[in-house]
Design a binder for this molecule. Sequence first.
Ligand SMILES: [Zn+2]
Ligand SMILES: [Zn+2]
Length: 153
Amino acid sequence: MLSFPIRTLAQGAVQVEGDLAPDDPVWLEGDSRPVQGVRVTGRLSGAGSGRYYFSGALSGVALGECRRCLAPVELPVRSDLHAIFAEASDENAEEPDVLPLGEGGMTVDLRPAVREQWVLESAVLPLCRPDCLGFCPTCGADRNAGPCACTRS
Ligand SMILES: [Zn+2]
Ligand SMILES: [Zn+2]
């Protein structure tokens, strides 16, 4: 579970341990989605005057394409995640780093923050292997399969 009613946070910090599923509605078209889900762990606490602070980490496996030969590659993603949430009436709610509360200010929903960080981290273009030869710029052959005609001539 990655959404917390603020009244449960009024009683103190909560330990967060949840997963953001690959089919969660928070994902947008074009996002690189996790193979199974994004594991989220950390601590969510009140930061005073209607603000909440999450400090933790996310991890998962993204499916990407080798930047040289376009072969599918599983890319492990691991990142710290820190987010600040504030009521919409908060004078600083317009700050880029501050996220709004969900459901009319009743919940802290970590999912948009997790999605954003995931998309950022998984945008790194991987290599299928460190010595991938990629395509020949001249004839377009996959040089991992062997030398192409251009190399031989
Ligand atoms: Zn490759
Ligand atoms: Zn070639």
